[in-house]
Ligand binder design. Structure first.
Ligand code: HEM
Length: 421
């Protein structure tokens, strides 16, 4: 039994699934010895945690992801003060206001629902379906380049540009700056859930954070003056609970949409293609019948989940699967494990695009269920419908699988393909 399993450590990252299985069988609520995080690995318990926000608060998404594991800011130091001054001068915003800012991913009811309403209407399946022609156009453009290449990196040529361009267009920010958006998102993922974690004053991170927020501040100011038909303007026009959002609230919102809107879908596409190439029988099934692509997408989200875990904060002493969890503990529902739970999915470690994937928690569960699920599904469907027939002539050009260095997101940094001889 992996008594020393810690979801924050890179040690289990390459293939966490055997450890997850052992946890589910022998320690379904396991306190990680190094980080102290309580890992919840069975599907039923994960659903239980995610459906009781009054006991398991999303505040931990702020504490663990945006604040380096602390509830309050980092200890005062000269370096911190320098950063605060630099940040305030460039953005006109006060970083000491961060812990109090409204932040969708970290709010609980009753604040969460009204805040989410700012953008809910932009993400209904019907509104998302309106984006299909544009997504097709973009995929056609990327595929044209791919079809004429003997060798290419699928992540770079398709999995990165598609979601980042779409979310930039939805937000109403300049898609031409997509390389900057991607660089900013990657640096933030690195700083909050990768090796940069715990060093929020890292110079590279500070610079990116200031650059990103200076850009957002300019957009916010411009849209306050001159609203358009885009998500930034919709967020600015919204007054949840009757109070207008501050610039910092809006900045958090837009940053969340931009990061969530691209990192995850990129990883889903990379994971789905690896999954198909690892399981040629499943590739043949979907090649023989492209109407199965939506099933392939769901199975990929279940089988190798792009978001492996989320965090919650225990608001009181409680018990789960017979284990005591003290008030103040950080709890990590392991989505990637719940989706492999044989108590919920028969033969759960087998990849099977024909299985009933309903109930997977790859997009979360409960009030924070992924806002962008319809968009991610649409982008992945259109991309894979175009790519799957091509995979007949393509093979991986190496065995090495470098994963994004993060304990939250899972996916390949590169996926080199070449035309088969
Ligand atoms: C395969 C792709 C995706 C996966 C696997 C995924 C996964 C998730 C998960 C697991 C959560 C729940 C977080 C929690 O419970 O604390 C979530 C929330 C969220 N996702 Fe996604 N996501 C994906 C794509 C997207 C896209 C394309 C967007 C577009 C904007 C997006 C925006 C969001 C937002 C805003 C939230 C927070 C919702 C809230 O707090 O109410 N996601 N996502």
């Amino acid at each position: 039994m992996p008594a020393d399993f810690d979801p924050l450590s890179a040690r289990w990252r390459t293939d966490p699934y055997p450890a997850y299985r052992e946890l589910r069988d022998t320690a379904p609520v396991h306190r990680a010895p190094t980080s102290g995080v309580y890992c919840v690995s069975r599907h039923a318990d994960v659903v239980q945690v995610l459906s009781t926000p009054e006991i398991f608060s999303s505040r931990a998404m702020f504490t663990m992801l945006m604040n380096g594991g602390r509830e309050k800011g980092p200890p005062l130091s000269l370096e911190l003060l320098r950063f605060v001054v630099r940040y305030a001068l460039h953005t006109g915003m006060n970083p000491f206001a961060f812990p109090k800012a409204r932040n969708l991913i970290a709010e609980d009811p009753p604040v969460h629902g009204p805040l989410r309403n700012a953008v809910n209407r932009g993400f209904t399946p019907r509104r998302i379906a309106d984006w299909e022609p544009r997504i097709r156009e973009l995929v056609a453009e990327y595929m044209a380049r791919i079809r004429t290449s003997q060798r290419f990196d699928l992540v770079e040529e398709l999995a990165v540009p598609l979601p980042v361009t779409v979310i930039a267009e939805m937000l109403g920010v300049e898609p031409e700056r997509r390389k900057d958006f991607k660089r900013w998102s990657d640096t933030i993922i690195y700083a909050i859930s990768g090796p940069g974690r715990g060093t929020p004053l890292l110079r590279a991170f500070q610079d990116v954070f200031i650059e990103f927020n200076t850009y957002l501040k300019k957009i916010i100011r411009q849209r306050r003056r001159d609203p358009a038909d885009d998500l930034v303007s919709a967020i600015l026009a919204h007054e949840p609970g009757g109070t207008a959002l501050s610039d910092t609230d809006v900045m958090f919102f837009v940053q969340l949409l931009m990061i969530a809107g691209n990192e995850t879908t990129t990883n889903l596409l990379g994971n789905a293609v690896h999954m198909l190439l690892d399981h040629p029988d499943q590739l043949e099934r979907v090649q023989a019948d492209l109407s199965r692509v939506p099933d392939l997408v769901e199975e990929a989200v279940r089988f190798d989940s792009p978001i492996q875990l989320v965090f919650r904060l225990a608001t009181r002493d409680t018990e789960l699967a017979g284990i005591q969890i003290p008030q103040g503990a950080i709890v990590a529902p392991l989505l990637g494990s719940a989706n492999r739970d044989e108590r919920r999915f028969a033969d759960a470690d087998r990849c099977d695009i024909g299985r009933d994937t309903r109930g997977h928690v790859g997009f979360g569960f409960g009030n924070h269920f992924c806002l962008g699920a319809s968009l991610a599904r649409l982008e992945a469907r259109v991309a894979l419908e175009a790519l799957v027939p091509e995979l007949a002539d393509l093979e991986r050009s190496g065995d090495a699988r470098e994963l994004v260095d993060s304990f939250v997101v899972r996916g390949p940094t590169h996926l080199e393909l070449r035309r088969a001889a």
